[in-house]
Design a protein around this ligand. Sequence first.
Ligand code: NAP
Length: 291
Amino acid sequence: MSDDLIFDSPFILGMMRLNERPEFDDADRFGDWLESRVERGLHWFDHADSYGNHEGEKRFGEALARRPGLKSRVRVVTKGDIVLPSRDRSPFGVKHYDTSERYLTSVIDGSLSRLGVERLDHFLLHRPDPLMDAEATARALDDAIDAGKVGAVGISNFLPEQWRRLQATMHHRLGVHQLELSLAHPDALFDGFYDAILADGLAPMAWSPLGGGSVFEDVLGTALSRLAEQLNSTTAGLALAWLRRLPGSPVPVIGTLNERRIDNLLLSSNLEIDRPTWFALLEEARSHRVP
Ligand SMILES: NC(=O)c1ccc[n+]([C@@H]2O[C@H](COP(=O)([O-])OP(=O)(O)OC[C@H]3O[C@@H](n4cnc5c(N)ncnc54)[C@H](OP(=O)(O)O)[C@@H]3O)[C@@H](O)[C@H]2O)c1
């Protein structure tokens, strides 16, 4: 992967909830928000065409259009292949996945146009499609890289055999894997899944690194806040430090758009934890002793 595609910030800002924030209907207001984040070194943003049924990408593009100077400073990841029920033209109106060559080409063009950027730095297949014709999918993805529309292609939520079937027919290397990983969902660390990602040279990105907010609850939430106080950090900061301690240092894709919470996460992004702390947190998360 070329240097400009490496995640050079402590976390990525996830845009899944952007369309849920009415104040960001105002493109200028969201433009201000974007500018402040980029000025703090947070220039990587994670999208999907399905977030808000295209609305997330659209809002981002409209804000960038008001701040032309930002365009060359932001880096975007986006995902596609999910067809929402409202976009299915069949009589079924069914949510499904589409990795056909024609569909993926139109998805990439659509995201480029809505985001208003020259290139999608990373384009990921959002969900594995049981009907994937690997050769056709590979052709669409390789062609998008060759045409300069996409910097690198990756996958999300794919099992090893699924991404290997795709990789075997591609000319370019898959770059990243975006997986669900957090103290609230640590299973990938114990079933060989995370090891397969590293062994195949994929850069790991962790979605919902705070478990969508669930790490703050119950026994785990209490343990995190007690330890965070001892370490002079914050609960959320400690939960991300737990992830970064892993080999391959997965880059967290956080979901909050709250400026104070993002600033706090940035302040605690240098926190390093030792092995006993890492395992003590794991025990609390799984509510049983390390075997
Ligand atoms: N590839 C995939 O299939 C996939 C699936 C899901 C998500 N994603 C990506 O992952 C991103 C993050 O997902 P997520 O929103 O579930 O992630 P998250 O960062 O694990 O959770 C965010 C939630 O935690 C809450 N929260 C409570 N206290 C917080 C604190 N002190 N600091 C930060 N957050 C706090 C936030 O509330 P407030 O919003 O009120 O601050 C928000 O509801 C998405 O935006 C999307 O880009 C990818």
